[in-house]
Every structure is written in structure tokens, then in C-alpha cells.
Design a protein around this ligand. Structure first.
Ligand code: CAA
Length: 445
């Protein structure tokens, strides 16, 4: 069977940086540790005034094509996943293709283009579409470019404001891929939920506390569904477990639930029983309430055990490094968690070829998806060529007043005159609106 998966990855971060504990927390009158320890965030990335979902996506895709020496003829699909789209008809992928045609010889006239929407899980769904297209033999030897691009901004004063971010991840999906092969087996947890939505409005309506519960419930269903086709999961099956990461504190909760699930009825549970007891089983309790109290107590004890902490430090913590520095990128978020893990392995000299990842994606509204990935031989070279660290270090540091102006500049219903804070160079920029209210872009040498 032909291996299909992620062949190359490139990232473009918004060029501005907001220090959350140092700049944001003091203005909000909050303890900086709510950010560093509670949410697990150091900084958010924001787009400069000439950046948007198109420029960030096109810049990531251009890097990908340059690095792999691709021409438009090599690409049979361009799919964009976003929850920040500004047009209900014309897809962002057409804008991105138009940008790329400004700088590459040839065109994408024979490439299928689309836009995927299901909150943050749409990036993973676009990879799925590309995977299925290749597996069905419809790709004519060509690859797909999947771009996950978002400006994850919240209304000012919304609790979600603490978790904002902006950036794009471009991925090349091909046969015989260099980074990871995707498993055929998948699990879904999907239900009609009202946790986070944007009913024709730019900033989301969010029930933050409920959204956390829905994330965990759907993720658990997806894991059970995955196990129903792939068999039980065990801790040592997976080198890393990248999750959708709206903020690292969310993954701390998901990781603990996943650990409890995976050790149930195993030697690990039995070994821990001497220290913290066996996991409560519902049948052993007279009421749901008593059972839930016992579960809470068990989880509190479980997270303090060395066995759990060692596993978390090895399998989960390394997936959070980039997220801590950039915040939530919605559709791109689980994909930077994967990159974070691979980067950690490369930096620590870990051999990863043939090892597996378990990837947990989530989109509000709500759907979780879980699949496995097998790391391919070319992964180290690919990850070693990412220019992400330089991009992160080069970001312009925002004052609180500048943050507010930038937030206003990206607010679709505000008229704001603000100068750019960085100088564009070697990138696509937004230049204004055309006669049909379309957005216009140029490449700046
Ligand atoms: N020191 C250490 N920790 C602190 C602290 C301090 N001084 N102050 C607070 N904390 C901890 C809290 O205990 C809490 O941790 P636990 O949940 O583990 O108890 C954490 O920091 C956050 O504090 P609060 O719960 O008080 O924060 P909040 O109510 O202001 O906001 C939130 C939290 C509701 C999740 C908010 O950030 C939000 O609405 N975010 C947007 C929605 C979201 O991201 N939901 C996630 C699931 S939905 C999803 O994943 C899709 C998506 O991308 C949006």
C-alpha cells in the first residue's frame, strides 16, 4: 500500500509579539502566573497591518514551494482551512494561488481549490481530503498543498483575549512522504454543540468554561472510536501525542484524561494502586455523584505521581513549546504541536524514524478526530530546515497601546489609521481593496 502523509511543512508567524505576563497581565490587573502557570502561555503572535490570513498562508506556501523546488505543475490541490475567512463565496485558496502565481512561473489553473470549515479541526480535515484524493488515485502524480491560516482574535475583554494568536502552517501532502505517514484508522467524536461559534460575525461568541468540557468529552469519544478500529492504545505505543492546543493548560487536562484511559486495566494501573488505589469504576458506586467525586480525587492523586509526570514530560510537554510563544492559531494549532514535538526530537538527538505519534484534533461546534502517524526517514532533514526560531526571535515587541491599535486595525468594523510596525521584505502584503471589494496583494522584494 502506498504511504501517504505529510511530506514537508512550513510555518509563517504573525510578525508582532505581545508579552502576556509582562505586558498584557499588568494592564488587565491580573497575576502574570495566570498566564505562565495557569494557561501556560508566554506570548501571542499578531499580524502587522499589512498581514492577514492570505499573506500569512501565501508566505508559508511560498517557503514550502521554494524549499522543495516545486512549480505550480507539481500541485494538484490547494486547500485552505480557516475560521477567519472574509468572504462567503470566493475561497481564500484562490487568493493564495493568485499570490503564488505572481512569483512562480506557470499557474494553478488545473489545481482543485477549496476552503474547509469546521472550526479548528478543519486543517486536519483538509489533510484528510488530500489523503483521500491521493489514495483514490486521482492526483496524477501531483501533491496537495494544505494551508491552515487564522487570525485568532477575540472581542476585547472576552476571557479568550488571553489566548489569541495569528499564523499559518503550510503542508505538502504526497505519496511516499518525508515527514509522517497517516494511519488509515481514525476515530471521531462529533456532536451538535454550542460552545464557540461565529454566526456571521468576526469575533467569536464563546462559552469558555463549557468549551473546555466539550473539548474533553469529544476527545474521549474520538479516542474510544479510534480504539474500536485500531485496538487499545498503550502509553509506549506513541513517542509524542500532539493535541489541538488553544492554550497549553487545555492540553494538561486532556493529557491527564488520556493517561487515565490508557493505563486502565494495565500493569501500570496495578503498579500505581499501592500508591493511589485503583481507578474508580462506576458500578462500584451508589450514585453518579459519588463516582464523580471519587474520579476527581483519583485524578488529583494521579497527576502527582512520578509515573504520570515522567510520561507527561516525555510525550506531551515537548508538543507545547511553540504554542507557549504564539498562542492559539485555531486551524494551525494541532499542526504546530506536531512540529513542536518533531523539533524537540531533532534538538535532543532522538531517533524517531518508524516511531508513532497519536494526533488529537478538535474543532468547536464540535468534533474531535484522532489518528496515528508513523515518522518517516526524511523527518530530521525537513524539520532542521524550518526557519521558525529566527521568525519568532524577529517579532516586533508590542506595547499595550500598540496592541490595542493593532487589534482595532484587524477589526473589520473599525476604521483605523495606523502605520505598520515592521518593514515587509521578501513577502506578500495586503495593499487594499479593489472595485468589487476584493482584497489586493503584492509581493515585496
Ligand atoms: N497562578 C496559577 N494559575 C492560575 C492563576 C495564578 N495566579 N490564576 C488562574 N490560574 C489558573 C486557573 O486555575 C485555571 O487553571 P485550571 O483550569 O487548571 O484550574 C487557568 O489558570 C485559567 O484561569 P481561569 O479559568 O480563571 O481563566 P479564565 O476564566 O479567565 O479563562 C478560558 C479561561 C475560559 C478557557 C478562556 O481562556 C477562554 O474563554 N478561552 C477561549 C476558549 C478556549 O480556548 N476554549 C478551549 C476549548 S475550545 C477549543 O479548543 C477551540 C478553540 O481553539 C477556541
Amino acid at each position: 500500500m502506498t504511504a501517504v502523509g505529510i511530506d514537508a511543512i512550513e510555518i509563517w508567524t504573525g510578525k508582532l509579539r505581545l508579552d502576556l505576563p509582562g505586558t498584557f497581565a499588568p494592564f488587565k490587573g491580573e497575576d502574570p502566573e495566570k498566564y505562565t502557570k495557569g494557561l501556560g502561555l508566554e506570548a501571542s503572535s499578531f499580524p502587522d497591518v499589512y498581514e492577514d490570513i492570505v499573506t500569512m498562508g501565501a508566505n508559508a506556501a511560498k517557503r514550502l514551494m521554494d524549499r522543495r523546488g516545486l512549480t505550480p505543475d507539481d500541485v494538484g490541490r490547494i486547500d485552505v482551512a480557516t475560521e477567519s475567512a472574509f468572504d462567503n463565496s470566493k475561497p481564500v485558496s484562490t487568493y493564495i494561488a493568485g499570490c503564488l502565481e505572481q512569483v512562480f512561473d506557470g499557474d494553478f489553473h488545473h489545481a482543485n481549490k477549496g476552503e474547509r470549515k469546521f472550526a479548528c479541526v478543519a486543517g486536519t480535515q483538509s489533510i484528510d481530503d488530500a489523503y483521500n484524493w491521493i489514495k483514490a488515485g486521482r492526483n496524477r502524480g501531483r501533491s496537495a498543498i494544505v494551508v491552515a491560516t487564522d487570525t485568532a482574535l477575540y472581542e476585547r475583554g472576552d476571557p479568550g483575549e488571553a489566548t489569541q494568536g495569528a499564523g499559518a502552517v503550510a503542508m505538502l501532502i504526497s505519496e511516499d512522504p518525508d515527514v509522517v505517514e497517516l494511519s488509515t484508522e481514525q476515530g471521531y467524536g462529533s456532536a451538535d454543540e454550542t460552545d464557540f461559534l461565529k454566526p456571521n460575525q468576526q469575533f467569536p461568541s464563546v462559552d469558555g468554561k463549557r468549551s473546555v468540557q466539550v473539548y474533553l468529552a469529544r476527545m474521549r469519544e474520538a479516542l474510544e472510536d479510534y480504539e474500536s478500529v485500531a485496538g487499545d492504545t498503550h502509553l509506549d505505543d506513541f513517542a509524542y501525542i500532539p493535541f489541538h492546543t488553544p492554550f497549553p493548560g487545555m492540553v494538561r487536562k486532556a493529557g491527564l484524561l488520556g493517561f487515565r484511559h490508557m493505563i486502565r486495566d494495565t500493569e501500570i494501573e496495578a503498579d500505581l494502586a499501592g500508591e493511589i488505589g485503583r481507578q474508580p469504576r462506576e458500578g462500584e458506586f451508589g450514585s453518579r455523584e459519588a463516582y464523580e467525586d471519587a474520579i476527581r480525587e483519583y485524578m488529583d492523586a494521579l497527576k502527582r505521581t512520578e509515573t504520570y509526570q515522567d510520561w507527561y514530560a516525555a510525550a506531551i510537554e515537548p508538543t507545547l513549546t511553540i504554542s507557549r510563544q504564539v498562542g492559539n492559531w485555531y486551524t494551525g494549532s494541532v499542526h504546530i504541536a506536531r512540529v513542536s514535538a518533531l523539533k524537540n526530537a531533532a534538538e535532543t538527538g532522538r531517533g524517531l524514524t518508524g516511531e508513532r505519534l497519536l494526533v488529537g484534533s478538535y474543532g468547536s461546534g464540535a468534533q474531535a478526530e484522532i489518528h496515528a502517524e508513523t515518522v518517516r526517514e526524511g523527518w530530521r532533514d525537513e524539520i532542521g530546515r524550518l526557519g521558525l526560531d529566527e521568525q519568532l526571535a524577529r517579532r516586533y515587541e508590542l506595547s499595550f497601546e500598540e496592541y490595542e491599535q493593532i487589534h482595532d486595525a484587524h477589526n473589520h468594523v473599525k476604521e483605523t489609521e495606523i502605520e505598520e510596525l515592521t518593514q515587509p521584505s521578501g513577502e506578500f502584503v495586503f495593499t487594499g481593496w479593489g472595485r468589487m471589494n476584493e482584497r489586493k496583494y503584492d509581493y515585496i522584494e
